[in-house]
Each structure stands twice: as C-alpha cells, then as structure tokens.
Design a binder for this molecule. Sequence first.
Ligand SMILES: [Mg+2]
Length: 259
Amino acid sequence: MTRPLSELHGPVRALFSDVDGTMTTGDRIEASTYEALERLGEAGIPLIMVTGRPAGFAHAFMKMTPVLATVSENGGVTFIREGRKLHKLYGVPAASLPEWRRRMHEVAVDVMSRVPGARLSSDSKYREVDLAIDWNEECSLTREEAETCVHLINKAGFLASRSSIHVNFGPPHFDKLSACMTVVRQVLGSDANDLSPYVFVGDALNDAPMFRGFPNSVGVANVKHWWDELSHKPAYLTERAEGAGLRETIAHLMTLTAR
Ligand SMILES: [Mg+2]
C-alpha cells in the first residue's frame, strides 16, 4: 500500500536517486534541484545516483558533482571513490564483456528488424556493459512496441527493463538493486540485507527492483504514468512530479534530520 511521503520516518543515512524523470524536469536539472542536492550533502546525507545512463555520464557526475557513488547502466557499471581516484565495479566480469557485447549487438539488430522505428539510443555508443533501444527519447514508439522489444530481448536470454525513455538491456546478472547493495556494503559499510536506513527515489519501470528492495522507496508523482505496469510499487509517493518531487523528498528528509 503506497502512502504519502509525509508518513516516511527517519533516520535516513543516505539518499539513492534515479536521474531521468526524477532529478531532471523536462530533460534538465533545474538550478533549484541542484541546490537541494547540495543542501542535502551539507546536512550530512550523502547522495548516490542510480541511473540507466552510460558509464560515461556516471564518470562526469563523479567528477563534477558532490555525489558519493554512481550506479550507471542499470547496475552494469558502478563508480565509487577511493581517495582522489575513482574505482569502477562491473556487473559482470570485465573479461566477459567483449562476448556479451557481441551477442547484445546481434539481439539489437534482430529487434530493430522486427520492430519498425526501434533504434539504438544515441548514448549507446558510450555504454560499456548494457545497450539501450530508444523508445521515447529521440524516437516515438508506443508502449506496446517498447514492450515487444522487452519481450524479444528477454527471450534471447538478456535482462531488459524499460525506463521513461529507453529499453535498457544487458547480461541477466545485475540490476539497479544488486549494484546499490554493493554500494551499501562497500561504501556505506552496512549490511546490504537491511536497506531500511536508506531512501530510494525513482520514477519508472526500471526502478521496480529498487521499489521492491528498499523499504523506504519513494515514487515521484510522474511514476503514476506507469502505475499499472509496475511490478512493485513504491512505498511512498510525492505530490509533485520530476525534479519538484525530488525536491519535495529532500525537503522532507531535511525535516527528519532536524528533529
Ligand atoms: Mg528515471
């Protein structure tokens, strides 16, 4: 049963946040959202970004923002800090990547031949582990066509999940949740089987594993677009959508720390 965000109680040790549709508002991170993220860090609550975007995006986030760690490619590549250096964790052994990617490109070609209009996302060339079919970023497929892509990819032995813009797919050995559990163990130093001290906020179907795994999971209001398709619903819901929903979440977390 999903409850209003106001019923979420602390203490909260860190915030895990999706990026597209959660941190962004109409494809941009608004100044007020970035400012809220900075305030959260100043209040002693670290931020971990969790995105389906490429590892290259994550590298930039790690270099240019105060984020503690970044999960990218839906769990395929995770960046953590080790002193001044960045350390990269892969969702599958790095030595197995060339063979995985050869097979994934074969599947992508097959899907594109069967679903007219389906294309690899323009950011796919910057991905290390997963690939993405664009259904709603620069292309305009219907939800049904996007689901056909998901079905064909899963049938070929990969794990596909749909965000608000892409159908991401990769080896079936990781997801956003498994990568976040690694961050909890290795970076936050706590038991990954108990995610109750942490909050996750997201907006789309590829966040379903996070909604399942985090007892304190929050959906920004635009998650309602996919509500009936969501296999696991968030525990809490914001009143506002996209970046405003993330700001609402951060404002609430700040009241919990102030107590
Ligand atoms: Mg999203």
